[in-house]
Design a protein around this ligand. Structure first.
Ligand code: NAI
Ligand code: MG
Length: 353
């Protein structure tokens, strides 16, 4: 019996609604498989925890999490109790940074039964590999002088290590997908870091002769996400470019409630973290209408991370089938509740056993 030890952090708001729904689905996946089990250990770290203890998690929280194989997170944030920058930096960002989760991946695909804002969504199925630790989002720089003499300098940091790490991750991922990697560059306008990015890309691709490649300037690439997303398989992008692209990716799918993400620790030293793209949605908390698909798709990414690709594929196929058959929460045009969607997924999964 294979067992995966998972730290579960439901967090705040609808995190506490969609996480139990998704762990129920994961247990159904384990039942279908037979030889596999999930051991969930739940931690109440959240804004409520902050109100009681004056911090988002205990001082030895990271030590505790370190021993798990993955972290399954809902959402963090309750601005009525704790300022967003305090809650986010006190937990989420801390985990991402300290656990060297240097790659962020976000898939986007045409989802059956979902209304994409694209007129002709075709059949796109892509994944963005975003460098998550450096690039344009750096603390290097500063501001000097006052008034009209003010100067702001913001340095983008591209290390050989960080760039190569993201690219190799993208190429390895493409091997398991359709064998194509697109690089997001802007070497026509950004004359130091982006030609460097291109050089590394051109060098790394020599190690992957079976993978096809393309390189696009980010502006054109962003437009192609809207006009012909079906041409993409894996896209590797810097921190800023990846951030922007993944929002477009979420948008063309049709709802933020279904978009998943994974923060990957690439050296295996620390656990990776799986979370939906959406936040704690205070406006719908308690109504039972939160869409659980983002959290469930994140669970699928966790299965992939564990090497359980077939199970992951089976899970996502069932989710799409359930959506296509009209079991949908209001954000995607249905009338089902969070639990009804999860229950339907569980019962269909069991039928595939
Ligand atoms: P949000 O993603 O929580 O909500 C934006 C809109 O999308 C709302 O109208 C919400 O009802 C809807 N929505 C989100 N997820 C949904 C789902 N699963 N099903 C149906 N509708 C859904 O973003 P917002 O309102 O900007 O932030 C709320 C709180 O969440 C803040 O405290 C913010 O800091 C936090 N947040 C946390 C994130 C995280 O933990 N990774 C990410 C984004 C925001
Ligand atoms: Mg963003």
């Amino acid at each position: 019996m294979k067992q995966f030890d998972i730290a579960v952090l439901p967090g705040d708001g609808i995190g506490k609604e969609v996480v139990p729904a998704a762990t129920r689905v994961l247990n159904a996946v384990a039942d279908v498989h037979g030889g596999l089990k999930f051991k969930f250990t739940e931690f109440p770290w959240s804004c409520d925890y902050y109100v009681e203890h004056g911090k988002m998690m205990p001082d030895d929280g990271l030590n505790t999490l370190q021993n798990f194989e993955a972290i399954f997170l809902g959402a963090i944030g309750n601005p009525q109790l704790v300022a967003d920058h305090v809650s986010l930096w006190g937990l989420l960002i801390k985990i991402r940074r300290e656990f060297e989760q240097s790659i962020n991946i976000r898939p986007a695909k045409y989802f059956k039964g979902l209304k994409s804002p694209l007129v002709n969504p075709n059949d796109f199925d892509l994944i963005v590999v975003r460098e998550n630790s450096e690039g344009e989002y750096s603390e290097s720089g500063g501001r000097i002088h006052k008034g009209e003499d003010q100067i702001a300098i913001q340095n983008a940091i591209f290390t050989r290590k960080g760039t190569e790490r993201a690219m190799r991750y993208a190429f390895d991922l493409a091997k398991k997908r359709r064998g194509h990697v697109s690089s997001a560059t802007k070497s026509n306008g950004i004359v130091h870091s982006m030609p460097f990015w291109d050089d590394v890309f051109n060098e790394i691709k020599q190690d992957y002769p079976d993978i096809q490649t393309a390189s696009y300037h980010i502006d054109a690439l962003a437009a192609f996400f809207v006009t012909r997303p079906q041409i993409f398989d894996v896209i590797v992008a810097s921190n800023l470019f990846g951030d922007i692209l993944t929002d477009i990716g979420g948008a063309i799918m049709g709802s933020i409630g279904i978009a998943p993400a994974a923060n990957i620790n690439i050296n295996g030293k620390y656990p990776s973290m799986f979370e939906p793209v959406h936040g704690s949605a205070p406006d719908i908390v308690g109504t039972g209408t939160a869409n659980p698909i983002g959290q469930i798709w994140t669970a699928k990414m966790m299965l992939d991370h564990f090497g359980e690709y077939e199970l992951g594929k089976k899970l996502l196929d069932v989710v799409e089938e359930v959506t296509n058959d009209g079991f949908k929460t209001p954000d995607i045009g249905g009338t089902s509740t969070t639990d009804e969607v999860a229950d339907e997924i569980c019962s269909r999964l069991k039928k595939t056993a």
